[in-house]
Design a binder for this molecule. Structure first.
Ligand SMILES: NC(=O)c1ccc[n+]([C@@H]2O[C@H](COP(=O)([O-])OP(=O)(O)OC[C@H]3O[C@@H](n4cnc5c(N)ncnc54)[C@H](O)[C@@H]3O)[C@@H](O)[C@H]2O)c1
Ligand SMILES: O=C(O)C(=O)C[C@@H](O)[C@H](O)[C@H](O)COP(=O)(O)O
Ligand SMILES: [Zn+2]
Length: 369
């Protein structure tokens, strides 16, 4: 059996589950699943890139454990996280004759995790699913917490459901085949945890970034710390009625930028979050809430990781401020027409601000061009 280096428990009562993190866990997935879900069949949803890089390992492991499985392979990339991708996933589950008691496996990055989780939540009125995250972003963020869904032309993640996985199995060795740009994109969400309420973690990341990118021991430690952080928040506020909104730091701007760039390779999710976090800190400084040198320090760190930090860093530029404001108006945190932003008093001091004036946001975006 491979070594389970870290185990985080998400204590959600009858929806509780474990996050197992370790090297080469995919090769033991069959044995782990056979023990936890005896007699079940599995529908693996993945994308074409991950199918080439990692799927054979999972299949070999399921075969060795004598577990029945079917594969549903979708195109890679954010464009798949929409209605046609959802339809393909659900119809694939039904075509494979998976029963309500069987399980869906999401093998891939956040796109596959969000899409397969949502498909599992609606196929046969709800099936169980297991997250097997293979990107850094998915291992530190999207595989945990049960937010599943797809994008709409109206905005990011506007269609979906809260549906917790039964297990998260994060194999660190899968990151060996991840493209450097995708690794950096996931790193933005790692930095986010420090910026929310853990300045020590941010300072530790400043020291350990190179080791994390090089695949040293700090990588597994960083992933486990992020999962533990997210688990704490999700246990406290599963449905985002309060503190969970802090995990949205940088996302109100970031999601508007992703919509503006057509959910395309021009701007990856983590890249949008990177620019969004710098904007959220800059906007807080502009309002006199946070020291402006923190914005510079955060931007320098994200830049050192190869991430974009300015609107001007987006290839092909961005749309008009009014277009971005229209996207922001569709944010799920909007309540009775009022904007909610995650603002900050500095590194590790984020807070939820309701009723932010749209004119202030729009004037700030104009300045940032
Ligand atoms: N549900 C949540 O809580 C949550 C949290 C954060 C982000 N998200 C969502 O996650 C998505 C972004 O996730 P992502 O960055 O993982 O993108 P992704 O799923 O598109 O994966 C990135 C790219 O890397 C490839 N890839 C993944 N693992 C690989 C591996 N091991 N080897 C080789 N290639 C690999 C994929 O094929 C894809 O091309 C966005 O849609 C975002 O909205 C959801
Ligand atoms: O889990 C959460 O809660 C998050 O906000 C995590 C984010 O990193 C993630 O991008 C999430 O999908 C955003 O959720 P949304 O509700 O703003 O669509
Ligand atoms: Zn995110």
């Amino acid at each position: 059996m491979a070594d389970i280096a870290h185990k985080v428990h998400v204590a959600l009562g009858e929806r509780a589950y474990d996050i197992l993190i370790g090297d080469r866990l995919l090769d033991d997935a069959g044995a782990i699943l056979a023990e936890r879900f005896p007699g079940r069949r599995f529908g693996i949803i993945t994308d074409e890139t991950v199918a080439k890089a990692q799927l054979p390992r999972l299949i070999a492991s399921l075969d060795a454990a004598g577990l029945g499985h079917n594969e549903i392979v979708l195109p890679a990339g954010e464009g798949t996280k929409g209605w046609p991708g959802l339809q393909a996933a659900v119809e694939g589950i039904l075509a494979a004759r998976l029963e309500r008691g069987d399980l869906v496996i999401a093998l891939g990055g956040g796109v596959i995790g969000d899409l397969a989780g949502f498909a599992a939540s609606i196929a046969r009125r709800g099936m169980d699913f297991v997250q097997m995250p293979t990107s850094l972003l998915a291992q530190v963020d999207s595989s945990v917490g049960g937010k599943t869904g797809i994008n709409s032309p109206h905005g990011k993640n506007l269609i979906g459901a809260f549906h917790q996985p039964k297990l998260v199995l994060a194999d660190l060795s899968t990151l060996d085949t991840l493209a450097p740009r995708q690794f950096a994109s996931g790193y933005a969400e790692v930095v986010k945890y420090g910026l929310i309420d853990d300045e020590d973690f941010f300072f530790w990341l400043e020291e350990k970034r190179e080791e994390i990118f090089a695949g040293g021991p700090a990588r597994g430690e960083a992933i486990a710390r992020c999962c533990a952080h997210k688990a704490r928040v999700v246990i406290e506020d599963e449905k985002e009625l309060g503190v969970r909104a802090l995990l949205n730091l940088g996302h109100t701007f970031g999601h508007a930028l992703e919509k503006d760039t057509g959910y395309s390779e021009r701007l990856l999710h983590g890249e949008g979050v990177s620019i969004g976090m710098v904007l959220a800190h800059g906007f807080s400084a502009r309002l006199g809430l946070a020291p402006s040198q923190d914005t510079g320090r955060i931007a320098a760190h994200l830049k050192s990781a190869g991430l974009p930090t300015l609107l001007g860093d987006i290839e092909g530029g961005v749309g008009a401020t009014e277009t971005l404001m229209a996207a922001i108006a569709q944010d799920k945190k909007v309540s009775r027409g009022a904007l909610t932003f995650i603002l900050t008093r500095g590194i590790g001091k984020a807070f939820i601000e309701k009723g932010v004036a749209p004119e202030a946001v729009s004037a700030f975006l104009d300045e940032m061009r």
